[in-house]
Design a protein around this ligand. Structure first.
Ligand code: DSN
Length: 415
């Protein structure tokens, strides 16, 4: 029976069995998905709590339902803690996701048809920043910037030229697959030059920003959005931070603009996660994420892999598999079979479809939560290499699978 939901088995044995299977999967596989993490049991308990039994449309002190006194208390706690953690003037903790946080900014500040300048999805950007298959690509005119062909990093001269040419109303910095530090001050300068709003989406790096391991966009950006479940290690959800002058517009767009009742159980769990993020342990954890990422990246390069931009400054790296002859999809499947979970990823100037891809993305937030350090990163790099170099060799693949399970047993989850 699942460690978290002890009563489910009595009511629904089918779901209970699925929870058991997922618990085993999380416990005995190495999770290198850069956007995932393991929330603490305190966060999960709160997210699964009785706070789900309430409508609380509106904001603290101004609800459209009676009986919201404790929901006001918990939402205010979450807001105050987030303000303190990030040094933000205004915080809205109600967005259900990162995409809804972004949507609120677009619809609060732009008109349909306005121009947004953002990073190309296949160069590391996010779906909700302007992909043609996303609402952003349908409602707004999207100008995409790419990484430099030589350095595979952002080139601010090219970015500036693009902004001057297209005069966007909003410039977005932030990515899902960019292994280097983002210069938010440089984005601000360009935004000022063309009179654009500046949105920084820090979903991936929020934890690093709190720990001061990545420069904060708060002094530079008009709006900062994030998810709360990646490096921040909270419940699945979104959040908006912005300058005071935009508070009213942003709040009104989140509710009643694009959302109805807030998920109060998730908001309560955000408050718990923010408290955890104020601890010394959280700072140490963030430092180790970066050390682990650097170690994993260096070992993979020693083993012959090409990494986009030649390494990492943050929690993730992108392996360019072109010279190996295998696709991202094949690599994801092969590693999945030995218990190492990664996500296929497009690489800059990708020639394959997003379903196949030429790369994989690897990140260290989840394995670092388990307590793994440099020594374990070296083992993992060797297993990734050996597995991908011996795709057809079942004996080797089985040996790696056993070794992976052995390592996971040494670093238990949900203790
Ligand atoms: N899709 C997420 C990621 O994996 O980066 C971001 O929302």
């Amino acid at each position: 029976m699942s460690i978290i939901l002890k009563n489910v088995n009595e009511v629904d044995s089918e779901v209970s069995e699925i929870l058991d299977l997922e618990e085993k999967r999380q416990k005995f596989k190495i999770n290198l998905i850069a956007s995932e993490n393991y929330a603490s049991t305190a966060v999960m308990e709160t997210q699964g709590s009785l706070m789900t039994n309430k409508y609380a449309e509106g904001y603290p002190g101004k609800r459209y339902y009676g009986g919201c006194e404790y929901h006001d208390m918990v939402e205010n706690l979450a807001i105050e803690r987030a303000k303190k953690l990030f040094g933000a003037e205004h915080v809205n903790v109600q967005p259900h996701s990162g995409t809804q946080a972004n949507m609120a900014i677009y619809f609060a500040m732009l008109d349909v048809g306005d121009t947004i300048m953002s990073m190309n999805l296949s160069h590391g950007g996010h779906l909700s920043h302007g992909s043609p298959v996303n609402f952003t690509g349908k409602y707004f005119d999207i100008v995409s910037y790419e990484v430099d062909k030589e350095t595979q990093t952002l080139n601010f001269d090219t970015l500036r030229d693009l902004a001057l040419k297209h005069q966007p109303k909003l410039i977005i910095a932030g990515a899902s697959a960019y292994p280097r530090e983002i210069d938010f001050a440089a984005f601000r300068e360009i935004a000022d030059e063309v009179g654009a709003y500046f949105l920084a989406d820090i979903a991936h790096i929020a934890g690093l920003v709190i720990a001061g391991l990545h420069k904060s966009p708060i002094p530079y950006a008009d709006f900062v959005t994030t998810t709360t479940h990646k490096t921040l290690r909270g419940p699945r959800g979104g959040m908006i931070m912005c300058k005071k002058e935009y508070a009213e517009k942003v709040n009104r767009m989140v509710f009643p603009g694009i959302q109805g009742g807030p998920l109060m159980h998730a908001i309560a769990a955000k408050a718990v996660a923010f408290k955890e993020a104020m601890s010394d342990n959280f700072m140490k954890y963030q430092k180790q994420i970066v050390i682990n990422a650097k170690t994993l990246a260096n070992e993979l390069m020693i083993n012959g892999f090409d990494l986009v931009s030649g390494g990492t400054d943050n929690h993730l790296m992108l392996a360019d598999l072109i010279k190996t002859g295998i696709t991202g999809k094949e690599a994801e499947e092969t590693l999945g079979n030995v218990g190492i979970i990664v996500s296929r990823s497009t690489i800059p100037f990708e020639t394959r479809s997003p379903f196949v891809t030429s790369g994989i993305r690897l990140g260290t937030p989840a394995v670092t939560t388990r307590g793994m350090k440099e020594e374990e990163m070296k083992l993992i790099a060797d297993w990734v290499t050996k597995s991908l170099n011996n795709i057809e060799n079942a004996t080797i693949q089985n040996e790696i699978l056993s070794a992976v399970e052995g390592l996971c047993t040494q670093f238990p989850l949900f203790k």
